[in-house]
Design a binder for this molecule. Sequence first.
Ligand code: A3P
Length: 293
Amino acid sequence: MEETKILLRPDMAKIKGIMLSKFSCENWEKIWSFQAHPDDLLIATYPKAGTTWIQEIVDMIIHGGDIEMCQRAPIILRQPFIEHHSTLMPSGLKLAEAMPPPRILKTHLPVQLVPPSFWEKDCKIIYIARNAKDSLVSYYHFQRMNKMLPDPGTWQEYFEKFLAGEVPWGPWHDHVKGWWKAKERQRILYLFYEDMKADLAREIQKVMKFLEKDLREEVIEKIIRHTSFQAMKENPMTNYTFLPSIDHSISPFIRKGIVGDWKTHFTVLQNERFDEDYRKKMMGTSLTFCNEL
Ligand code: A3P
C-alpha cells in the first residue's frame, strides 16, 4: 500500500497524559460531550484484548444468532468506535449519532477519559482484559500493520515504549486497573480473553445474563461456531480487510488468537525486566491474569 504522509501514520498527541491520534485530540471536546442513551451498551477494552471477538459475540446475542443480520456491515460501522476520527471514514461520533439507540458502542479509552454521560446514564459496559505480555505482542504486530498508528520501530524499541506507556491509549497497567476499580461502582461486566479461550460457552452465558437475554442451546452453539477464530478470520465483516489503512500483507488483523504467544517473542532478559516492572505497577491490586493456558 502506498504510504502518504497526510493520510497514514498520522501524528499522535495527548489528552490528560494519554496518547491518542491527533484527530481524536482535535475533536476531544466533541468526544467528551458525547451523549449516551441509557440503553446503549459500551464495549471497552485496551487495544488487542479481543475487542472484535466480543463485539461479534454481542451482536450475535442481541440478534438471537441471526448471522445474516450480523453480516449487514463491517463491525466498525455496526458498532461505532466513539473516539475514532480519521480521514478514511465517518467518525465514530457521526456514526453513533446517525444510529437509533439502543446502540452498541466501542471504546479503547481509559476509564478516566470515558465521556461522563455514560456514567450519568448508568449504561451497561462490557470490559475485556488480556494478559499484558500477549497484549504487547499483539499490539506490536497491530502497529506494524495499521498505518493509522505510529510505526512501532523494532521489537526491542516497542517493548520499551509499551512499558513506558508511550503507546496509543496509554499504559496497559493503568487501563486494566482503572476499569477493575470502576466495576465496584458501575454496571461493568469485566471479562478476560484467556477465560474466553478456555471456555467460550461459559463466558457467552455471562454476557447473556448481563444483557438479560435467554437463548436456546443450539443458538449458543451457532454463536460459538460463528465467532471461532477461523470463522472470524474468514469473515470480511470482522477481519478488517475493509479498512485500507491495515496492510494485511504485513500481518493479518486476526493473527494467531492464542494465549502465550509472548513466549515466541520475549527474550529471557526481556521477560525478567517485564516481570520486575509488572510487580511494581500491579502491586496492591486484586486483579490477576493468566499468561498461559
Ligand atoms: P493476536 O494478535 O494475538 O492474534 P482486538 O480486536 O482487540 O484488536 O484484538 C485482536 C486480537 O484478538 C488478535 O490477537 C486476534 O487474533 C484476536 N482474536 C480476534 N478474534 C478472535 C477469536 N475469534 N478467537 C480468538 N482470538 C481472536
